[in-house]
Ligand binder design. Structure first.
Ligand code: PEP
Length: 253
């Protein structure tokens, strides 16, 4: 337990993003190890794995009844219909997902997802009874041009404006694009500075208690220093979430 502004914060969230990785056999071994180790985590730490769509049934089968939650890495903002290749929020909800990542930089960059589309996806996820984990973050060029606050501010403002009071029901992940999968982590102070900006924008919207996760090359060795920051409530973990020992150690941090 820890305090912010005199209030006791109940929980920390450590979310694994498997990205486009996995196979039925290796997933089974990874999930077995996570289930075996999750009991030793502090009670205020929530562990989540966000997996590729085809593995949702396997993950539900293995994790239901355990303390580990699961989710998807994206979902469509549209209602079911003629959208070949897309997956509706209601479909992933049927597999027991509690969370859906939206606006990951790999989707913003590789699939042209705009701030408006990310906000629409966050709304659709909420409407389907799940929690959107909304990713924001600047590129290296933007940081070098001193545009971090402008870019991250614009990304979070779009979500705040479009969600209104419901913004209190989302989770936000700050993921500097230059730190994702690169082995280069933001310093705890760099992460805290952006988290403080996010906190203040959310507080103005009446949503000061939204969980703010940091993501970008988080591993067991750097997690404790990042999570010690005032406005860092947990982590969104890519590569290291594929290694049960590392992921559980991050949870313990
Ligand atoms: C991610 O995929 O969201 C991520 C932060 O990846 P990594 O931890 O591998 O940098």
């Amino acid at each position: 337990m820890r305090e912010r502004n005199g209030q006791v914060m109940q929980s920390r969230l450590v979310v694994g993003n498997w990205k486009m990785n996995g196979a039925l056999s290796s997933n089974a071994a990874l999930l077995d190890r996570l289930v075996a180790g999750a009991g030793a985590l502090p009670p205020d730490v929530g562990l989540v794995v966000c997996v590729p769509f085809p593995y949702l049934a396997q993950v539900r089968e293995r994790l239901q009844g355990t303390s580990i939650a699961w989710g998807a890495q994206d979902a469509s903002e549209r209602a079911p219909g003629a959208f070949t290749g897309d997956v509706a929020c209601g479909m992933v909800a049927e597999f027991g997902c509690r969370y859906v990542i939206v606006g990951h930089s790999e989707r913003r960059q590789g699939h042209g997802e705009t701030d408006a589309l990310v906000a629409a996806k966050a709304r659709a996820v909420l409407d389907a009874g799940m929690t959107p984990i909304v990713c924001v973050g600047e590129t290296l060029a933007e940081r070098d041009a001193a545009l971090t606050e402008t870019v991250v501010g614009r990304q979070i403002d779009e979500v705040i404006e479009s969600m209104g009071r419901d913004v209190a029901r989302i989770v936000v992940a700050y993921e500097p694009v230059w730190a994702i999968g690169t082995g280069r982590t933001a310093t705890p102070e760099q992460a805290q500075a952006v988290h403080a900006l996010l906190r203040s924008r959310l507080a103005e919207a009446g949503a000061a208690e939204v969980a703010l996760l940091y993501g970008g090359s988080v591993k067991a060795a750097n997690a404790a220093a990042l999570f010690a920051m005032q406005d860092v409530d947990g982590g969104l973990v890519g590569g290291a979430s594929l290694d049960a020992g590392e992921f559980l150690a991050i949870g313990r941090a």
